[in-house]
Design a protein around this ligand. Structure first.
Ligand code: SF4
Length: 278
């Protein structure tokens, strides 16, 4: 396993491999952090992203994810202690540096991961702090732990980017290691509360490209009434080196990126259901 470089809060991108940054913390401290949210674990902050929500985003990349998506490009974020410990106050202070620029560029804070709801208390506190600064807030999640957020906490989120990975549950479990239902339940809850939502769908040739399966996701998403857009993300191999360096067998070693035409075709399935897809 690769040893961690000296940590800085900011990374040039989430594709920096980061490991073991919180490994020396006592278990009781970690448990307390998870229970209170006064401290969290972050892979990094990145700034200036235009890919993680509307406008320019500061992204807080949390560590911890209970899923094992075959195409995950940040497997170093699976393990909570790979992230560095940071107080919620310090994380908020970091965000505060950018508030003026974010407002000018129509952007805000996105909390991604990993899955930010693995650290639901920290995520909720950071969202509340951002809301106090009048910063636009967004979380990117697989929704599995959506029930951990209370309704008032949901109110502090302007936009949820929800990953729907597959419709067929057998495929979903093979792809992620988890059933799809809790993701769908969270989507329904967001729809009931009229929360703005973007759906993210990763297109992997030979794995998630069955038009019938995509059509079921499209039909579901269109029926919710709160989905503003669907982002079809073509699979890529930018995270392959992380699997190799972490020594995790990588199941998609020889899979190639989908063609532009195939990606457009998947977008068309969503468009046919009346959704905006890019
Ligand atoms: S949910 Fe996201 S972070 Fe977790 S394994 Fe899947 S792609 Fe990776």
């Amino acid at each position: 396993m690769t040893e961690a470089a000296p940590v800085s809060i900011e990374a040039s991108s989430p594709f920096e491999l980061r490991v073991n940054l919180g490994k020396d913390l006592p278990e009781t401290t970690v448990k307390e952090a998870l229970a209170t949210g006064d401290m969290g674990f972050l892979h990094s902050f990145t700034t200036g992203s235009f890919l993680d929500g509307p406008g320019a985003r500061v992204v807080a990349w949390t560590t911890g994810c209970g899923w094992r998506c075959q195409y995950c490009h940040n497997p170093d974020t699976w393990t909570l202690r790979n992230g560095f410990p940071i107080s919620v106050q310090k994380a908020a202070d970091e965000l505060r540096k950018y508030t003026r620029g974010l407002a000018k560029m129509g952007g805000g804070l996105t909390i991604s991961g990993g899955d930010p709801l693995m650290q639901d208390r920290f995520t909720a506190k950071l969202l509340a702090a951002a809301r106090e600064m009048r910063v636009h807030t967004c979380i990117e999640t697989n929704g599995f732990f959506g029930e951990k957020l209370t309704d008032p906490e949901l109110d502090t989120i302007d936009l949820v980017m929800l990953g729907i990975k597959a419709w067929n549950d057998e495929l979903h479990q093979r792809l992620t290691g988890r059933p799809v239902e809790k993701t769908l339940a969270f989507a329904r809850r967001l729809a009931t509360s009229k929360k703005r939502m973007w759906v993210r769908f990763v297109l992997v040739p030979g794995l998630t490209d069955d038009p019938a399966d995509i059509a079921r996701i499209a039909e579901f998403a269109a029926g919710l009434g709160n989905v503003e857009r669907v982002e079809v993300l073509p699979f890529h191999q930018m995270g392959r080196f992380k699997w190799h360096q972490l020594g995790i067998p990588y199941p998609l070693e020889s899979v190639v990126e989908p063609s532009v035409e195939a990606t457009e075709k998947a977008c068309d399935v969503f468009r046919s259901a009346g959704l905006k897809a890019t």
